[in-house]
Design a protein around this ligand. Structure first.
Ligand code: DC
Length: 213
């Protein structure tokens, strides 16, 4: 069973997904971390994040796997090694949405995510989990918040993140753009606490499982 949680940057989805997974309980997978790890590797190989051809070639030569530790979060293993990096590093923030538009990148990460969710109960969060990675899951949530609130959340975290720019790139790319699945539950988190959002999702899931019995 895959519970898909999608939404734009700073909509609260990573924290909500982690807490929901603890409450259910089940595994949690943050797909953005995989795009970030690959972006970090691209940058550290000296490749221009706007050079789609060079990225496609580099990815074709990488061995990409998911490393799944017994405790802790799954991570992207690149050529048998999990890169150690600061995932919200400014350089990665500025490049990740560009790298995520590259079809070869999307197809590699999508197949890792599908393999991971195939026989597990998992809360998986990202941009395209309910629309493209697991479109058949009945459990889809789309979290949103006003741009002002999202900017304030990032500033409070002390992070430099061009949210508008990432939103634009993430929602206008040709493959699997950020969009709301027609059967997703949309939750505006602007005026809710994290626990309030987790409880709202938990209640919807509880009703859905009762209806199925
Ligand atoms: O969730 P995040 O902000 O850490 O994600 C970083 C970037 O990764 C996001 O701006 C676009 C890309 N991404 C994606 O394209 N598809 C996903 N399922 C998850 C993230």
């Amino acid at each position: 069973m895959v519970i898909a949680i999608d939404g734009p940057a700073a909509s609260g989805k990573s924290t909500v997904a982690r807490k929901l997974a603890e409450k259910l309980p089940c595994t949690c997978l943050n797909s953005g971390i995989l795009y970030r790890a690959l972006t970090w590797q691209i940058l550290h190989s000296g490749i221009d994040p706007a050079d789609q051809e060079a990225i496609t070639f580099a990815v074709s030569r990488m061995q990409l796997e998911l490393s799944v530790p017994p405790i802790g979060s799954p991570a992207l293993q690149i050529d048998h090694h999990v890169p150690e990096f600061e995932s919200h590093d400014n350089e990665v923030n500025a490049a990740v949405s560009k790298v995520a538009t590259v079809p070869a990148v999307r197809s590699c990460i999508t197949s890792l995510l599908r393999g991971f969710g195939k026989d597990r109960d998992v809360v998986m969060e990202g941009r395209d989990i309910g629309t493209a990675v697991f479109p058949d899951t009945p459990y889809k949530f789309y979290l949103d918040a006003s741009p002002e609130i999202r900017r304030q959340r990032r500033a409070a975290q002390g992070l430099e993140d061009s949210i508008e720019n990432r939103d634009r790139l993430d929602s206008t790319r040709s493959i699997a753009p950020l969009s709301i699945a027609s059967d997703a539950h949309v939750i505006d988190t602007s005026n809710l606490t994290i626990d309030g959002v987790v409880d709202a999702i938990f209640e919807i899931l509880t009703h859905a499982s009762r209806d199925q019995q």
